[in-house]
Design a protein around this ligand. Structure first.
Ligand code: F42
Length: 158
């Protein structure tokens, strides 16, 4: 079941614009973080108070079909709101990676698994290491895993 609800665009214009162009072109436009050439993925979550759908671009950290969500927020002192939304309901999640859209469930990583994925995250986007140095909080990382039965648009149409 795809997530349903009213979409509330991000208050940040650059984020809002990136989501709009990415969705309209399946990531052929606005598929990277401006200036870095590094790819992004769009994650849709549900606001834990408003119930509205929120769309958040994050850097693409993919391995074996799973996508990492790094709650770095540029090294800001507080966690991003989407992190709290997912803690409240880890199944209220949809992923768009290029033309591939699917429902997913998020789980926060700990221990060796976290360390292994953190390395992948820094390889995909080196500034994450600096963001971690610049903040006292431990940056949470969540793994978004495709739910069985949740296919791509193409699979659903066939
Ligand atoms: N952010 C990252 O943390 N990591 C990344 O790798 C990353 C990459 C990236 C690439 C491209 C790009 O355009 C943006 C990128 N960002 C990255 C920024 C990211 O997209 C988010 O903007 C950022 O993580 C901040 O997330 P946020 O959820 O804190 O967003 C704020 C600005 C926001 O939208 N706030 C809303 C608002 O109206 O202020 C609230 C959203 C919300 O869910 N509200 C809840 C609700 O119920 O609706 C209630 C919240 C409450 O508890 O009061």
């Amino acid at each position: 079941m795809p997530l349903e609800g009213e979409y509330e665009p991000s208050p940040d214009a650059w984020v809002r614009d990136q989501v709009e162009r990415y969705e309209a072109t399946d990531g052929r436009e606005a598929g990277t973080l401006g200036g870095t050439g590094r790819p992004v993925v769009i994650f849709t979550t549900r606001g834990n108070r408003s119930g509205k759908l929120r769309k958040t671009p994050l850097m693409r950290v993919e391995h074996d079909g799973a996508h990492l969500m790094v709650a770095s927020k540029g090294g800001a002192p507080s966690h991003p709101v989407w992190y709290h939304n997912l803690r409240a309901d880890p199944t209220a999640l949809m992923v768009q990676d290029g033309a591939d859209r699917f429902d997913a469930t998020a789980r926060e990583l700990e221990g060796d698994e976290r360390a292994e994925w953190w390395e992948r995250a820094v390889a995909a986007f080196p500034p994450y290491a600096e963001y971690q140095r610049n903040t006292d909080r431990r940056i949470p990382v969540l793994l978004a895993e495709r739910r069985t039965g949740s296919g791509t648009d193409a699979e659903e149409q066939s």
